[in-house]
Design a protein around this ligand. Sequence first.
Ligand code: SF4
Length: 390
Amino acid sequence: MTNNARVTQWGIYAHIPYCVKKCAYCDFVSSAVGKSAAREMKAYAAALRAEILREVPPLRARWGDAATVYLGGGTPTALPAQLLTEILRTLIDAAGIPQECTVEANPGTVDAHSLAQLRAAGANRLSLGVQSFDDRLLRIIGRIHTAQEAEQAFRAARAAGFANISLDLMYGLPTQTLDDLKTSVGAALALAPEHISVYGLTVEEGTPFAAAEAQGRLTLPSEETAEEMYDWLTAELPARGYARYEISNFARQGFESRHNLGYWRNVPYLGIGAAAHGYVDGVRWGNEPATEKYIRAIQTGRSVRTPEDTERTRTNAMEEYAFLALRTREGIDTADFSRAFGVGIDEVYGAVIEKYSAQGLIRRAEHHVALTDAGMKLGNEVFAAFLLGT
Ligand code: SF4
């Protein structure tokens, strides 16, 4: 997005950097809640609310109410429900009532009461990190909940009035078979969520899984099995009514995540909280990632932002625009690309589009350029071709 681009929608992401316990595969910015955490969490919630009151009103004055609010982490529901609902209320008071207000939750950290409080405070979408409905695999990956607890959390969310629930699942887990995956997906479908996100496991540096792999103690499915899982998932979910609208995301019609679509469509968003990222007026930044430093900076009125892309050029912006949009089913909106950069897509990417269309990896419609199913499977290879080499 250039500085002059029209803003028709904007969003807010707020980060909660706490979890009950770190999962074995996770490298997100979050820390396990220790005994002394109650005080820090209170101070963190106060800092978050202060940052909201400082940063949201100027954007609301420019662009109107925020369309989407997303509380992610970490595990937002690792916070005491009262703190979390205070944060939500502050956000909604400052930003207006959003069309979509998502809270990420771990099934091991919610109950009927806390879910009802979240719903009453304005959350209208719940993203439940389930990962698997197989207790053996849940133990291996270090989750704090069982499959049964995940089902109970889902039903409690429905009872609390959440009509829009997303489940996160993972595949390619240590020792997982295709049949294991089919059983987990079957359990997820039986709950009839509106949205399903599916991520293949990647072993990230610095995680317990990376250490286990280095010592030869991690038994991952073979590449062929992981590919079979991918092929099965990407055929099965659409066949069961969940259209694939982004590489890892599937939804019933009308339940695509508006907030996440905003990231891929170059929509501006404010990042609030430690380690949160933001994107406003064509500038990307990351907030101070260390929780205590973040709290102190907010308490003393200092900036918490570090620009990520001081050297960012128009070329970088075009590449990034293309990568992000190509993740979605609809792909690059060619008219929007022209508006944002003052140049037609074919002038920049004509040769790449032609080459990959001929290979069946890109499809072209009147106003869009998008990946085919085969192109999504080879996503990284096609994305690399959209680098402009400067
Ligand atoms: S609950 Fe989520 S954020 Fe926390 S450690 Fe597990 S995967 Fe990471």
